[in-house]
Ligand binder design. Sequence first.
Ligand code: SAM
Ligand code: F3S
Length: 448
Amino acid sequence: MSRKLFIKTFGCQMNEYDSSRMADLLKDTHGFVATDDPNEADMVMLNTCSVRDKAQHKVYSQLGRWSSLKAANPTLIIAVGGCVASQEGEQILKRVPQVDIVFGPQTLHRLPEMLDQCIDQKKPKVDISFPEIEKFDCLPSARVEGPKAYVSIMEGCSKYCSFCVVPYTRGTEFSRPFDDVITEVVELAEQGVREVTLLGQNVNGYRGMLHDGGVMEFSKLLYYVASVDGIDRVRYTTSHPIEVTDDLVTAHSAIPELVAHLHLPVQSGSDRILKNMKRGYTSSEYAGWIDKFKGVYPNLSVSSDFIVGFPGETEEDFRETMNLIDYVRYDQSFSFIYSQRPGTPAAELEDNVDMQEKKNRLMTLQNRINEFAAEYSENMVGTSQRLLVEGHARKSPHQLTGRTENNRVVNFDGPSSLIGRFIDVMITEALPNSLRGRLDPANIRHAN
Ligand code: SAM
Ligand code: F3S
């Protein structure tokens, strides 16, 4: 009987991606199959993130719960990976001796070897290093979700924003060689993938090695990815404002596979706060880039990350953030209350904005962006939108579901034969979290 693996993931898309990569790896090397139930698992693994919240606390309480599973099943293997593992290292074994394996985001490829050593030597294993030489070979391969796939093109971050732990926990930026990226996209297209999302902390900082020793920049990479046969939609996330170039804007006007949607994290609209965050741009420089993208797509949908309550953020600073929001008319946000991260430069600053005030600012910001989002959705009613049909609708399985360029879910009646294809659908109704659409039967002929 095959052994079972339970993985619990905290955090972002990058972490979800790493988790699926680990599951694939342990399936190949040890025949582990995934389970949703930790009680029946032979190995439980926690993939952690320490960007926000009381990450350490969450990790230790989860490990406490798993320690009792080990009391009932002494051969259970407990592994901890990701950013918290990278920060805590040996400390985890001291606090929770039941843990068997501790590995960092850059050593996940060594997991099978660590598992063997741990079983053979009956000793816990810790490896949270950043092995330079192996880096290029070990970037996770694609995660496929029906006709869509995520392709990791770079890892780590070298921007050192004053509030952020990522450069310390995931290491500095490195890009995957160009040939590897393209080979992977071609292989995905051959399996029927129609949309790829290029993933990384700062994808537009991509500088991939070429086999002749040259370097490929992100804007150029986009042309090659989009030209792969079968790939008809290309997205990327996350991009950084200081790495936006005119070449990138031009790529958007020249490449039809790129979508009218941009995720460009700004964090704050106040120049004083942006400076203290060490973001490297001003609010008006940021708005200038958005204007250029809007020049390419008049209906551009923009999303962003925001932090409210950064140390010293005054009402005036927050007002400037709201002014920028009104100017850009964001369609979506990933917005957070500032959370002090040990070891970051901002942790030296007094975390002096009152918690209730932080919550109020977050609510004000989110409410405003939700209003813009509702307006966008309303404006889509009566328009024809191109969808990539992903499968059956979650709530009503007799319907199909797809996504628009600006990432909205549209549910509509249609034949299953459309799954995995692009189709134009008339939007008939805007709901809070999705849209309804109607398929013109004449259109089915044009699905591709
Ligand atoms: N590369 C992206 C960029 O250009 O900014 C950000 C990646 S970061 C892992 C994801 C988001 O987490 C950030 O954009 C920021 O909004 C949020 N974040 C990071 N550190 C944080 C902290 N200490 N407190 C609150 N939010 C934080
Ligand atoms: Fe973090 Fe700034 Fe990099 S938010 S991931 S240090 S761009």
